[in-house]
Write a protein that binds this ligand. Structure first.
Ligand code: AMP
Ligand code: TRP
Length: 339
């Protein structure tokens, strides 16, 4: 085995499967922008459209959501000149490497994926085969670029660990130190933004009620109303983190505040400890509107020019393919394919 050193390279993605939420912003996009600005890294961000179809997507909705995710990235500060920004279906290396890695990943590993169990529920016989195989396509997304760092929310940690298992098995089976051991980057106070109505559930694009999430495209009044109606408890805010234990809704709002204000949850309690919700919620609403309104205004402007968005993604795809294709080719070669 030869020891290969890998350039620090960031890869991450978001599925175009409905409107983006504050969870996507704080858990993912906001930190991508920070990594883009860090000269240590090359950064690649992808609208993972092929992951979206693991559950039914109406074609018109898929088109709209793809552009919405690209617009959200750009409006939040992803600069297509500094980062590679594209949509997955345009770079065939993802699907091709995905197949190769399907033959490396073991069924037993897939059976342990908690997101599959949650999404499939009791319905494991009726969900698509793609939903089951999805984590090995995600491994291909990452490994096609030899990405070393993957910034994601807490819910994706297991999938990045699986990516390491797949890479390690490939390297071992073929006796080559070819794929890197990718690190998940899960840092900050808002890596798991919870549902505003039930602090035990993740805030997601697909929850039943719109009141349980803040969408990146919500207007100021809607954001304020959702925060005002967010579930809390009768107690005041504690001065220390210990005082949030057993209070998931209270903890969530404090974490959201900290994520938006770019501070720690401890510092937020330092400021608001002892105050009631009547003071904290309006402050949070004001902060959320201050941070999100400029982004949603820019998103709306970009969505009015879909051709421009499509051209940006097409150009990004060329840059992405230039990195991924040689890695895919080398993978085929290592495996013995005649090309
Ligand atoms: P998805 O919308 O499932 O494609 O997720 C895209 C990215 O957003 C992933 O890095 C997720 O971990 C992150 N994300 C989604 N929902 C949340 C949430 N409620 N809290 C934190 N991060 C999230
Ligand atoms: N599975 C991720 C999610 O549901 C999205 C995703 C697909 C991704 N491919 C990726 C994230 C590669 C990081 C890296 O949120």
């Amino acid at each position: 085995m030869t020891d290969q050193t890998f350039t620090p390279r960031v890869f991450s993605g978001i599925k175009p499967s409905g409107g983006l939420t504050l969870g996507n912003y704080l858990g993912a996009i906001k930190r991508w922008v920070e990594m883009q600005e860090d000269p240590t890294y090359e950064t690649i961000f992808c609208v993972v459209d092929m992951h979206a179809i693991t559950v039914w997507q109406d074609p018109a909705d898929l088109t709209r959501a793809t552009r919405e995710v690209a617009a959200a990235m750009i409006a939040s500060g992803i600069d297509p000149e500094k980062s590679v920004l594209f949509n997955q279906c345009r770079v065939s290396a993802h699907a091709e490497l995905g197949w190769l890695l399907n033959c490396v990943a073991r069924v037993g590993w897939m059976n342990r994926m908690t997101q599959f169990k949650d999404k499939a529920g009791k319905n494991t016989e009726k969900v698509s085969l793609g939903l089951y195989a999805y984590p090995s396509l995600m491994a291909a997304d990452i490994l096609a670029y030899h990405a070393t760092h993957v910034p994601v929310g807490e819910d994706q940690k297991q999938h990045v660990e699986l990516t390491r298992d797949i890479a390690a098995k490939f390297n071992h089976d073929y006796g080559r130190d070819f794929f890197p051991m990718t690190d998940p980057v899960i840092e900050g106070p808002a890596m798991r933004v919870m549902n505003l109505r039930d602090g035990s559930k993740k805030m997601s694009k697909s929850g039943e009620s719109d009141m349980e999430r803040i969408n990146m495209l919500d207007d100021a009044d809607t954001i304020a109303k959702k925060i005002k109606k967010a579930r809390t408890d009768p107690e005041a805010l504690p001065a220390e983190m210990d005082g949030l234990s057993g209070r998931p809704e209270a903890r969530n709002l404090v974490n959201i505040y900290a994520g938006l204000a770019e501070t720690t949850s401890e510092a937020v309690l330092g400021e608001f400890g002892g105050e009631g919700w009547g003071k904290f919620k309006p402050a949070l609403a004001e902060l959320a509107v201050e941070k999100l309104a400029p982004i949603s205004d820019e998103m709306r402007r970009l969505l009015d020019a879909p051709d421009e968005l499509d051209a940006i993604m097409a150009k990004g795809a060329e840059k992405a393919a230039a990195i991924a294709n040689p890695i895919l080719e080398e993978t085929f070669k290592i495996m013995g394919f005649v090309r």
